[in-house]
Design a protein around this ligand. Sequence first.
Ligand SMILES: [Ca+2]
Length: 468
Amino acid sequence: MRITRRTFSLTLMLSLAAGALNAAPNILFIAIDDLRAELGAYGADHIHSPHMDGLAERSLLFERAYCMVPTCGASRSSMLSGVRPTETRFRDFRSRVDEDAPWAITLPAHLKAHGYETISLGKVFHAMADNADAWSLPPWRSDAETYARSESQALTRQHKRGPLMEGEDVPDDFFADGQVALKAVSHLRRLAEDSERRHPFFLAVGFERPHLPFVAPRKYWDLYPPEIIALPTNDHAPAGAPAESIRGRTEISHYSDGPQDPILSKELSLALIRGYYATTSYVDALVGQVVDALDELGLADSTTIVLWSDHGFSLGERGYWTKHSTFEIVMRIPLMIRVPDKAEGERTFALTESIDLYPTLCELAGIPIPDTVEGTSLMPLLDDPHQPWKQFAIGRNGPGYTVRTNTFRFTEYSRNGKRLSRMLYDLERDPEETVNLSEAPYLQDVSEDLTKTLHRVLRETEALTPQE
Ligand SMILES: [Ca+2]
């Protein structure tokens, strides 16, 4: 059932009357910042991620899950509203739902309206003030220092951002992410102990690492001796890639010791890769703290767990660093959904978009899906992970509008309705995207078909946008 705002309160009354709340599961939603799909669970044996790997063994793991926009605010706004980005909506890291799509009912607001206790810890919406009333309690963030060394903190005040990396011998809860994990555990304890509790909970826990700066306690750096770190094999831009395809190098130059030259030295590249791995393992340990608490408190059987990242990240692959591109390594995200007794330890190759999470959680909670939500519930995949599924996963970055099929990734760059350039990669034959085939004569029908698909979905999205 789909609803508009007009029928909203009526359906709420009906669902309350039907006693739907009694059966609704709790939801633990873990959002990780800039985590790419490079974990043990995804076949990356060089990454130390035992806790996320353990969660994957109890979850359905999505091999082909994608973000909507590869930058913080825009990705989170689209996922939490269930609304696709357009040329003017959800464009950059500052994007907010309450500014770009104020008519949208966000996922936490919708769950709260249907009787959930909704809690936001750490980075969930990019801006804390965005949809602040969607939460039952004021959204909470830690005010811990970003760095352990006082010199690094001084540099932060001077440059706005301190150094790219740090690995001091401090406890996990020295930094904000560690404090977020502790706060999550204390909320879970409160929720478990409240035997009078009549409402299910939606606990959103947002970790900031492995986003830059790569700061983690020393013990996580020690998991990765420098000699085991390797540079990517494809550290060059794809042959025939248009200039519009490569952006995002500037993020590194914003740090106090970040070089201005977009070509990083081998030494710095290796150090950054090591730092990314260290911060990934730090967050992995914190995920373990929260998930273990759920088990110890007896909440595991009544709680669905979603682990999601806002976008991927390039560590020098395709000749560039960070995000803000439409390459596979940046659009692809890790995604796990644990529903007790459903598809535990299985994996699916079904094409999945971040906007699919909103209707999935509505279906799981037994509540209606708002009319403006464009995703597709993933619940059928939890019953049968191998069934035929979506043909496309669509996203955007700046002037690039991109589509992933089971075989290809195609991007069209345009401005004011005029095409600038395009890219096509055959991911079956060329998974590392080394040759742009958009102008190859034998693939013209593919490029044309995917162009039509992008334009059709954009028209459908625009038709759903309320005209006020
Ligand atoms: Ca991010």
